[in-house]
Design a protein around this ligand. Sequence first.
Ligand code: UT7
Length: 323
Amino acid sequence: MIRSVVRGVGSALPRRVMKNTDFEGVLETSDAWIVQRTGIRQRHIAGDDETTASLGEAAARAALASAGLTPDDVDMILLATSTPNNTFPATAVDIQSRLGMRHGFAFDMQAVCSGFVYAVVTADAYIRGGLAKRIVVIGAETFSRILDWTDRSTCVLFGDGAGAIVLEASEEPGAPGDRGVLAAALRSDGTHKDKLFVDGGPSTTGTVGHLRMEGREVFKHAVGMITDVIEATFDQAKITAEDLDWFVPHQANRRIIDASAKKLGIADEKVVVTVDLHGNTSAASVPLALSVAVSDGRINKGDLVMLEAMGGGFTWGAVLIRW
Ligand code: UT7
């Protein structure tokens, strides 16, 4: 059967690093509060010349280079983002043109923090459906541009960045040992739409708006939703937490990551954590974490890797990949 196998991974971060201490004196907050409540120590913030398109392009180039491929070898670009360069066209077509691609097709997906997981599952369906053979799947965000920098309950949490993978169609035996995307579960529930949202948009205010979040409410639902889709994915693949080599969760809050891993029985040493370095980069968080764990030698060919995310909507999902 046809499976979507990961050929390469890459990432890009803005030059500027903002430490927790940089908020002290500007807002009523502290490094100690941020670290204790979230695990975040720093985040990268885009400069004037850095955008979702430029970061996404850099991550795509890095992923292609690690795959030993060029843009000529790819037939589709899928970008998960909630912070596009423009309302339209899709930032993915901007990235397509920056890569010099005059063939294939590109579009954006919007599932906020779950965007990359949704995009991997979508790309896998395009590959298995025969619509594309090689896809660059990107998560790229510049949340710094939609933050209310006077709101300490949100602005300390988020950062900017981009990560990407290259997925390629591969004929596999159809056995549990297959490489590629093996199982997935996606969910959304729009009754929670006002708990994490942006208070502007083209069809309402005609403005871009700012991120608003009832953090405690999101927190309350997060662990249950995350563990639910991961257990559904375990059931589909007929595996247990013990079979996993790596757990690469959405990087929003260290406490949510730890509580989810504990509830699922995933050992601490299998959990990839980068929230301390990047903060919450929404759709970029999972591919940024993947990129770190691949480049430092933790994730290797043949490893069983569970990706997971939860965010605005609410949306949530999990995808199991044999690397
Ligand atoms: O990526 C999408 C998913 N998003 C998330 O997963 C975020 C989920 N939520 C969270 O991670 C946590 O709820 C937060 C980190 C946002 C907040 O942590 P918390 O433990 O839930 O704190 P809280 O909201 O209950 O606030 C506790 C106190 C409040 O003061 P009072 O009301 O107890 O006097 C806040 O006003 O902490 C205060 N506070 C702060 N204090 C210092 C809120 N933000 C800050 C801050 N510095 N930056």
